[in-house]
Design a protein around this ligand. Structure first.
Ligand code: AMP
Ligand code: GLY
Length: 425
């Protein structure tokens, strides 16, 4: 079969890599892809948000399966349009993707379906939001309801910060229309974990747990980023707790979405906080995580194409996911200055050496390829993944390979996976 992956980041490189390894798959296309995806797929120069051009490409090229990587095309209804064009597509419809694209929808849905989450109020006008905030205490969290590329969440340690954050979202409109509605939410503490599950509308099949490192600098310091690194499996919940997440979060989502006529098919990603009072959902994403994908898929033994097809057939209950033993770590190499302003178009050296290391997989993110050379083209530039029999060895291999790669101003965290080692002791 012929597969089209939509997107251009490390997640999409990993999806393309896993799909071309699937025995069912003959050809993989990536739109638009990046400087590394050509190694596993054919790049197609269509932006991920050009719903019309993607649909035309899929119909004219006899694509048997479209896999949508990022949230933006899902929110734009790419899945709905492809379904109308009779192109098989793995991902939720725009209505189902509201679990991510509208935090106001998602929070109300969680309350209706008794899914544990932080206490909150939502507002569409500034005076009411401001009056409510005045009666609250810091620390407190202000969130723009709409999609804001991971930047619409502001953790406020003081009330002055919270008032400024509310103004930035609702008055100065720093997040544009994403700030039409705002969430004011209870501040939670604890370890975070990403629970991703394949979903066929009725059944949720969870993957191994992954732990992202969202802060820019070591020790979880500095500004929030899209994710600076990840490891899996994360030993932060025992089997009973994981079963509780299935029964109290994932299954209620599928029941609730089906009940309102928007069945959920695709990847459901629950970002959880493990608080002293049990787990609570911080957010839902309606797609694979980045960089979670770069550690989860290298450990998935089952063919990714097979799982996706089974989800589209509604028979996920008949399939048991198989996982490779061992651990995986992904260290994200970023451009200096990221997540703030950063340079582009620096020549990257050492990629071939790094890729030749045993157990190492290089997943490109913000790169471009010109005359056979690879240049930086984004904030998160590369993901260096290593798999090994244990987490300690995987960390060692990933950092040994990362050390072989360089460009001016390259920046990466030195402590990816360290949380997992402490947990393992
Ligand atoms: P979200 O995009 O909603 O997952 O938020 C991004 C990050 O902000 C999360 O990964 C958490 O680190 C943090 N965060 C979000 N909501 C809360 C909360 N209620 N309490 C504490 N931290 C939060
Ligand atoms: N790694 C966080 C995300 O994909 O949203």
């Amino acid at each position: 079969m012929r597969v089209l992956v939509v997107g251009s980041g490390g997640r999409e490189h990993t999806l393309a890599w896993a799909l071309q390894r699937s025995p069912e798959v003959d050809a993989v296309y990536v739109a638009p892809g990046n400087g590394g995806t050509h190694a596993v797929a054919q790049n197609v120069a269509i932006p991920a948000e050009d719903v019309r051009a993607l649909t035309e490409f899929a119909t004219h090229n006899a694509i048997d399966l479209v896999v949508v990587g990022p949230e933006a095309p899902l929110a734009l209804g790419l899945v709905d349009v492809l379904q109308r064009a009779k192109v098989p597509v793995f991902g939720p419809t725009a209505a189902a993707a509201r679990l991510e694209s509208s935090k106001a929808f998602s929070k109300a849905f969680m309350v209706e379906n008794n899914i544990p989450t932080a206490a909150y109020r939502s507002f569409t006008d500034y005076p009411s939001a401001s009056a409510y905030l005045a009666g609250q205490h810091a620390p407190i969290v202000i969130k723009a309801s709409g999609l804001a590329a991971g930047k619409g969440v502001i953790i406020c340690q003081t009330m002055a910060e919270a008032e400024a954050a509310l103004r930035s979202v609702m008055v100065e409109r720093d997040f544009g229309a994403a700030g039409d509605e705002v969430i004011i939410e209870e501040y939670l503490t604890g370890q975070e974990v990403s629970v991703l599950a394949f979903c066929d509308g009725k059944t949720a099949s969870p993957m191994i747990l992954a732990q992202d490192h969202k802060a820019a600098y070591d020790g979880d310091k500095g500004p929030n980023t899209g994710g600076m690194g990840c490891y899996a499996p994360a030993a932060v919940m025992d089997t009973a707790q994981q079963q509780a997440v299935l029964e109290q979060v994932l299954q209620p989502v599928l029941r609730g979405m089906a009940a309102q006529g928007t069945p959920y098919v695709g990847i459901l990603y629950a970002g959880l906080m493990l608080t002293p009072h049990g787990f609570k959902v911080l957010e839902f994403n309606c797609r694979f995580g980045d960089p979670e994908t770069q550690v989860i898929l290298p450990l998935l033994e089952t063919s990714l194409a097979e799982v996706m097809l089974v989800c589209l057939n509604g028979t996920l209950d008949t399939l048991t996911l198989r996982w490779r033993p061992g651990a995986a770590v992904c260290v994200v190499l970023a451009a200096g200055g990221y997540p703030g302003h950063y340079r582009k178009h620096d020549l990257i050296s050492g990629l071939d050496f790094a890729a030749a290391q045993p157990g190492v997989l290089l997943f490109h993110a913000g790169t471009t390829r010109e005359d056979g050379a690879i240049y930086t083209a984004g904030g998160r530039v590369l993901g260096v993944t290593a798999t090994a029999p244990d987490l300690h060895t995987a960390i060692h291999s990933a950092y040994a390979a990362a050390g072989m790669i360089s460009w001016p101003d390259m920046h990466y965290r030195r402590d990816i996976g360290a949380k997992g080692l402490r947990g393992e002791a």
